[in-house]
Write a protein that binds this ligand. Structure first.
Ligand SMILES: C[S@@+](CC[C@H](N)C(=O)[O-])C[C@H]1O[C@@H](n2cnc3c(N)ncnc32)[C@H](O)[C@@H]1O
Length: 304
């Protein structure tokens, strides 16, 4: 049910002024954040789609993979027996958005190794498996108590090529070296988009929280980038809006690691971020006021 609109805190007010100098755009963003509403659930088919479909679906958007359906609001796909059988994985459509760059990748043969560095609960791993069909998908999670959900989701969805690891990023590099065709860093972040779903993340607009996350993200992406083989790809994504954690991290990264080049994702041209100081930098944002999901940032890089 739609809640009554709250008023922005002083921190959110300041944050939104920086993000959206245009007052009309700023107001729609704030309304979407402060009047949380449910978004239509999405399902990612892990098995062939049954005919007839057991759910009513919403017409697809242009960048939607053909093995993803968006279901009408109020559908509870997690309660259906096909879910228990692992026929599909339920996820926020923002996650689908963040993984769209993977669909633009082509390989002469199936990729040998894909590593999802921050994997729990497993959405990006399953999206990567479905998009890329790798020989081996390493789904890594550093936080022990999040391993159970990751393992059970991959098992339920029958990811035969999936291997779960519990390593910090430096140990992941020691274990796999510079061999991965694709590395995914769906980084821990301040979680500002959760507000649009009605979850209050304390302090998520505080400069200290944002700075703490940006520093952590820089460490993770810098270390994780050592897993990418020459010619391989790095996907960086978050579910937050702050420029420091998104474009800021990538600007920092491409300046320090110039062998990585930021790639255009033509399917997401309409979502291209206006921020980022490097001339060749390309990042893409989904914002809650666009009505598709709570929000995400995504960017694709390639190692020369
Ligand atoms: C945004 S969530 C990942 C969501 C997941 N990729 C998905 O699509 O289902 C970020 C993950 O990073 C993990 N994480 C936290 N600190 C980390 C660190 N220092 N290094 C690597 N991963 C970390 C968190 O435990 C969390 O599972």
């Amino acid at each position: 049910m739609q809640k009554t609109k709250q008023f922005p805190s002083a921190l959110l007010e300041k944050f939104s002024r920086k993000l959206y100098p245009d007052p009309v755009h700023r107001e729609t963003f704030l309304t979407a954040l402060l009047t949380p509403k449910p978004y239509p659930p999405a399902i990612l088919w892990c098995q062939p789609r049954p005919n007839p479909l057991p759910f009513d679906v919403i017409p697809p958007v242009v960048w939607q993979p053909d093995w993803v359906d968006r279901l009408v609001l109020g559908t509870k796909p997690g309660q259906h027996h096909l879910h228990h059988q692992g026929a599909y994985y339920v996820l926020d459509f923002s996650s689908v958005f963040a993984a769209v760059p993977l669909q633009s990748l082509t390989f002469p043969q199936s990729p040998k190794l894909v590593i999802d560095v921050c994997a729990a609960p497993g959405g990006k791993s399953i999206l990567a498996w479905r998009s890329l069909q790798p020989d081996l998908l390493v789904a890594n999670e550093v936080i022990g108590k999040r391993l159970g959900m990751l393992t059970s989701n991959l098992k339920r969805c029958h990811l035969a090529c999936g291997k779960v690891t519990h390593l910090n990023v430096a140990d992941l590099v020691a274990e796999y070296g510079q061999l991965a065709d694709v590395v995914i860093v769906d980084a821990p972040c301040s979680g500002q988009s959760l507000l649009a779903k009605g979850t209050n993340v304390l302090g998520c607009f505080h400069p200290r929280t944002i700075n703490h996350n940006a520093q952590r993200q820089k460490k993770i992406i810098a270390t994780a980038s050592q897993l990418v083989r020459p010619g391989g790809y790095l996907l960086y994504s978050t579910c937050t809006f702050s420029i420091e954690e998104n474009e800021g991290v990538l600007d920092w990264f491409v300046q320090r690691f110039p062998a990585f080049q930021s790639l255009a994702v033509p399917a997401l041209t309409d979502y291209q971020s206006p921020w980022g100081t490097s001339p060749q930098f390309r990042g893409y944002r989904l914002s809650p006021e666009q009505g598709l999901g709570a929000g995400a940032f995504t960017s694709l890089l390639q190692l020369a």
